[in-house]
Structure formats: structure tokens, C-alpha cells
Design a protein around this ligand. Structure first.
Ligand code: SF4
Length: 316
């Protein structure tokens, strides 16, 4: 049974991505309105060794022996990965495996810390989130721990991107009625255009069901308006322009099991088609696993046809 490694998952931006989860569920410096997981249970900005890095690496090596080479090994999961104090060591050891490039998905909250920036320099790609440069909007959307200050985070993100040899794609989570006024977008535009070596920007929205009812989905025309107003020098893509189903199939050396489906859905609600591709299993096998888990009350289907856990608090 795997604890820290999940997937491979179908990723809109990364293709087939093998996930590494370094924090217990919902250990996060934020408690975002749009989070589709449970409420943040451990709200902290203090770094800590939440799990033994060598145990994580042993599990990763074992999984890599079972599956075809993923497109990316991605540090992300059910909390904020930069909170793990062993992140630098883990990234360095993954690099030595030489299996796939590494990507870190972060909420950006700890980028004001030089040690975090130095550790992240070991990755090949960074996908940081930034939803607003207005401190009030930032606090409203992310509900950060009280010590986290937006100006320091913005400086940290700028410094990191200038020093990084890999690619940085900033994700903006568009929350209609909260961060999509003209003044919000123009302020973001000014900041983003000032970042040296920024590769691209990705406009995301609530394509999965969030916990907070005030979060609405931005449709494609709203995302297009956001993109037009941003007027960036770098490419901007939107959630609806990326396919949810990976182009190629994963292959596993063993048949998919219920625990594989549960571990995957904990981090990433998926459609049946996605599960077939990433678990490399035929439709009848996946349908049987899904229907057994549904009967046990462990998963349910969301309005967007994705399967998700019914209770995130019951899982790591
Ligand atoms: S940063 Fe990510 S995990 Fe943390 S609350 Fe926000 S969306 Fe959820």
C-alpha cells in the first residue's frame, strides 16, 4: 500500500504525472475558498519533516519499477509541499534517479524564504499559484496564516523566477466576482509583466466542485476576457483549452486495485476515462472497481462526471 506516491495522474498541463505527497491531508499555509479538498485541518506556515524523506524515496523507486516512465514526477498533493523541511534533499535524490523531470506545484506562500527558493532551484519546473496582488483579495481567497504577507511573497516569486533555470508557469485561479474586476486584472498584469523569465500563465477556475458556495466557475468567455485584459508578453492558456484525458496510456506491471483508485481520487477527482488511461486498465475493470467503491459509500460521481471521495478526512 502506497502512502506518499499517488497516480500516475492525468494532468492538464503535465500529461502523465506521478505524484509525491509530502504532507498529511490538508496541512497547508492557506485555506482557500476554492479548495476542493476538506477544510485545512493543520493551518501552519512552519516547515517541518512531516514524513521521513528516505521512506518517500523508497516508495517512489518501488512505484517507478511498476509503471512506464511518467512525463513528470510532481511534488504536490493534499497540502502545501514547501512546508516539508526535507524538500531540497528529496528533489536532489529524485534527480539522481534520472527517471523523469521534477515539477513542484506550490501555493507560493513560502517563496519569501531564501531557503525555500534555494531548494526549489533543484526542480525542473515550478507551477506557483497567484490569484491577486491586492492584499485584501489575497486574504479573502486564500485565508493564509496571519504571518504571511503578500508583498513579501510577490518579491519572493520575482526573485525565484529570475534565478531559476527551469520553467515557471504561474496559475491564476479565477474566482468570478472576487478577483476578476478590471482593476484587479490590471494590477496583476503590471506585476506579471515585471517578472523576468516568466514562461507562461495558466488561467484556472473551479472545474471541480469547491467546498465554498461563493466560488463560481468562470466560463470560457470570462476566462477569455481575463486573458485579454491581462495583455501579457508571455503565452496564456486556460483550463478549458487543455484535454483532461492524457494522450497516451500508462502501463502497470500489476492490475489496478481499489486502493490505487482511492489514492488517486484523494488527490485528483477523475472521470472513468481518465482512470482507464492512467491506471492502464480496461473499462470493465475500472467500472467494477468504481461500482464496488460506490456501493461501500467511499466515492460518488460529481456533476462534471468526475469521481471523487465522499469523505476526504478519512484518508491520508
Ligand atoms: S493551497 Fe491548495 S491545498 Fe492549500 S487550501 Fe489552497 S487549494 Fe487547498
Amino acid at each position: 500500500m502506497r502512502t506518499y506516491i499517488f497516480g500516475p495522474v492525468p494532468s492538464r498541463r503535465l500529461g502523465i504525472s506521478l505524484g509525491v505527497d509530502l504532507t498529511p491531508t490538508k496541512t497547508c499555509s492557506f485555506d482557500c475558498l476554492y479548495c476542493q479538498l476538506s477544510k485545512t485541518t493543520f493551518h501552519t506556515s512552519e516547515r517541518h519533516e512531516f514524513c521521513n524523506p528516505d521512506v518517500v524515496l523508497a516508495e517512489l523507486r518501488e512505484t517507478l519499477n511498476e509503471i512506464a516512465r511518467p512525463d513528470w514526477i510532481t511534488i504536490s498533493g493534499t497540502g502545501e509541499p514547501t512546508l516539508h523541511s526535507g524538500l531540497g534533499y528529496i528533489l536532489a535524490e529524485i534527480k539522481k534517479l534520472g527517471n523523469a523531470p521534477t515539477c513542484v506545484i506550490t501555493n507560493s506562500s513560502l517563496l519569501h524564504l531564501p531557503e525555500v527558493r534555494n531548494e526549489l532551484l533543484l526542480a525542473d519546473r515550478l507551477l506557483p499559484t497567484l490569484t491577486s496582488v491586492n492584499p485584501e483579495t489575497f486574504r479573502k481567497i486564500h485565508r493564509p496564516t496571519s504571518d504571511l504577507l503578500l508583498p513579501a511573497i510577490l518579491d519572493g516569486l520575482r526573485l525565484f523566477t529570475a534565478a531559476f533555470s527551469g520553467k515557471v508557469e504561474i496559475e491564476i485561479f479565477v474566482c468570478p466576482g472576487i478577483n476578476d474586476s478590471e482593476s484587479e486584472i490590471l494590477a496583476l498584469s503590471e506585476y506579471l509583466n515585471s517578472i523576468e523569465k516568466l514562461e507562461s500563465v495558466y488561467l484556472n477556475t473551479a472545474v471541480r466542485v469547491p467546498l465554498a458556495s461563493e466560488i463560481k466557475t468562470a466560463d470560457q468567455s470570462r476566462l477569455n476576457r481575463f486573458r485579454d485584459l491581462l495583455q501579457l508578453k508571455v503565452p496564456v492558456s486556460t483550463a478549458f483549452e487543455h484535454s483532461l484525458v492524457p494522450p497516451k496510456e500508462s502501463s502497470w506491471s500489476r492490475p489496478a486495485a481499489s486502493s490505487d483508485v482511492l489514492k488517486l481520487l484523494l488527490r485528483h477527482p477523475c472521470s472513468q476515462n481518465q482512470l482507464e488511461k492512467v491506471l492502464g486498465s480496461p473499462p470493465e475493470k475500472i467500472m467494477a472497481l468504481l461500482s464496488a467503491l460506490e456501493k461501500q459509500g467511499l466515492i460518488s460521481k460529481e456533476p462534471n462526471d468526475c469521481w471523487a471521495l465522499t469523505d476526504y478526512s478519512q484518508n491520508r
